[in-house]
Design a protein around this ligand. Structure first.
Ligand code: CAA
Length: 241
């Protein structure tokens, strides 16, 4: 059976790798959501043949409408991967309320919005997979990221709560906590700061987007039916607990 999957922030970086992996491993019909970069989305769809749909994951009504468009064009959504995320780094003293709010709305609010849209259908069909992309910085905190760390930490709580609600309906809800992965987001960290971070990764390098996608693919598989409420840390050993 071909499942329908939506990957938010799916046209670049980790999201793109997840889209390609879900299709390759499970034959899913994948739809990639994106928020703003039309050129990247066009390039992604031209290169992969995977459809892309634009909406702001932080906008509740836009997510509801986007998900119903996906369902009418492709079929009911079986798999949600909440990958969309932004950074607005800065110490608390320098961070504006907008920088706090943008990150909370997008990174954490986005998870609520997609789950709210897709969960009822999963419940009716008694099968669903929700995978939320958290972060090492939600687990351990990070200087200059009170907004991002709070939102990502919130994702881990959201995951555990929704896992308890989904279990009776055959819906699993899990999180992945990536460490520092070789993406545009990490490339934006100032070079001297990043050098110090990489020096603390026991494996001695940044992760690759495909290494996160493999974890997502497992959590979305039939084989992972007994895995729920868990967090898979993929961080090169940078944070162990
Ligand atoms: N712990 C303690 N002190 C620190 C510190 C740390 N980790 N990092 C910096 N400081 C100190 C500096 O040493 C400096 O002190 P002095 O003035 O005494 O020298 C002071 O804090 C100011 O540091 P900066 O000059 O860096 O301050 P800034 O305002 O220019 O920049 C910042 C602050 C924007 C937060 C910058 O440090 C930064 O970009 N840090 C990286 C944040 C980060 O890791 N973001 C991750 C993005 S990727 C991602 O989030 C993906 C994921 O999930 C992993």
């Amino acid at each position: 059976m071909s499942r329908i999957a939506i990957v938010t922030g799916g046209t670049r970086g980790i999201g793109r790798a997840i889209c390609e992996k879900l299709r390759a491993d499970h034959g899913c019909t994948v739809v990639a959501n994106y928020g703003g970069n039309d050129d990247a989305a066009k390039k992604f769809s031209d290169e992969t043949g995977i459809a892309a749909i634009k909406f702001d994951v932080g906008d509740h009504a836009a997510v509801r409408d986007g998900c119903s468009q996906i369902e009418s064009e492709h079929g009911p959504i079986d798999i949600v991967v909440n990958n969309a995320g932004i950074t607005r780094d800065g110490t608390l003293l320098k961070m504006s309320y907008e920088e706090w709010d943008d990150v909370m709305r997008t990174n954490l609010g986005g998870c609520f919005n997609t789950a709210k849209a897709a969960f009822p259908g999963m419940k009716d069909r008694k099968w669903g997979r929700i995978v939320n992309i958290g972060s090492i910085n939600g687990q351990a905190g990070q200087y200059g990221q009170v907004n991002y760390a709070a939102a990502k930490s919130g994702i881990h709580g959201f995951t555990k709560a929704l896992a308890q609600e989904g279990a009776r309906y055959g819906i699993t809800v899990n999180a992945i906590a990536p460490g520092y992965i070789d993406t545009d987001m990490v490339a934006a960290v100032p070079e001297p700061v990043l050098e110090k971070i990489v020096a603390k990764i026991p494996i001695g390098r940044l992760g690759r987007a495909e290494e996160i996608a493999r974890g997502v693919s497992f959590l979305c598989s039939e084989d992972a039916g007994f895995v729920t409420g868990s967090t898979m840390s993929i961080n090169g050993g940078q944070h162990m607990y």
